[in-house]
Every structure is written in C-alpha cells, then in structure tokens.
Design a protein. Structure first.
Length: 159
C-alpha cells in the first residue's frame, strides 16, 4: 500500500537459497542492527559464533565489535570468568584489566591495577570496587585475605 502511495509498482526483493547456519547468522546481524543488544546477549552470541568455528576477526566484523574486545571476551569465557564478564558488562572494570586479572598471578594483577591506575582507567570508587571484586574472587578460589590485601594495597585509590 505504501509503495503504491509513493508511485511504485514493483517491490524490490532478493530471493536466496541459504543454509540454516547462514540464515541464523543473517538473523543475528539483523537483530543487532535493529536494536541495541543487551551485553549478556551479545556475549552469548560471541561465544556461539566462536563455537561455530568463526575467527575472532570474523566475529568482530559480524557483531561490529572491536577485535580486541572480542579477543578479551573470548579469553574471559575460556577461563570461565563469568563474574569478571559481569563486571565488564556493568562497566565496573575495563575489559583489559579483567583479562589481566583472569590470566595473571598476584604479581600480574598488581601490574594490571597499577597500569590501569596510571592510565586513569581506575580511580577512586572504581578502584575500590575492583579491589572488592578481587577480594571476593580470591575468596571464591580459596585465597587468603592477606594475599589479596598485599596485592591491592600497592595501588592506592585517589579521591
């Protein structure tokens, strides 16, 4: 009806014969383009595309995410770091810091926190939240509180 109102006689269409995997991928791309996906949904889709064998660069292109972001998310997923992913989704921790925390020993965590502090990625309340997060994470992993304080006390929050 709208086409006729605009003076058009033919509605353009393209018919394609596609595999179910291609149809699923097209549906994902259309859904991402149509609305802003919730972070959790997007992370699930990144994981699903990786399971289907797509390369990081392909996932980044298909989801319109930066390749470094996709790489970081996949590293966190690989290490089973759902709590860190949630903190990244809520913008409590920068992705780069979350990846460092997930893949480092205490010295690496200290270095990541220090670098994030120096680059103004973590200051004040955000740094305190990360410290609390690391303490909770260590508690879940059976680490002593003193070990956590030794690491996180080396980076002092600014007010």
């Amino acid at each position: 009806m709208a086409f006729h109102t605009l003076g058009e006689e033919v509605i353009p269409a393209r018919v394609q014969d596609l595999s179910s995997e291609d149809l699923l991928l097209m549906s994902l791309v259309e859904n991402l383009a149509r609305r802003q996906a919730r972070s959790a949904e997007l992370l699930e889709e990144v994981a699903a595309l990786k399971k289907r064998g797509y390369k990081t660069s392909e996932i980044a292109a298909k989801t319109d995410l930066h390749p470094r972001y996709v790489t970081g998310v996949l590293r966190l997923l690989t290490h089973g770091e759902t709590h860190l992913l949630q903190a990244v989704e809520r913008r409590r921790i920068p992705l780069s810091v979350a990846v460092e925390i997930a893949t480092s020993n205490d010295e690496g965590i200290q270095r990541a926190l220090h670098e994030a502090y120096e680059q103004n990625l973590l200051r004040g309340k955000k740094l305190l939240k990360v410290r609390a997060f690391i303490e909770k994470r260590r508690a879940r992993q059976g680490c002593k509180d003193n070990d956590v304080k030794d690491v996180t006390d080396r980076v002092k929050p600014s007010q």
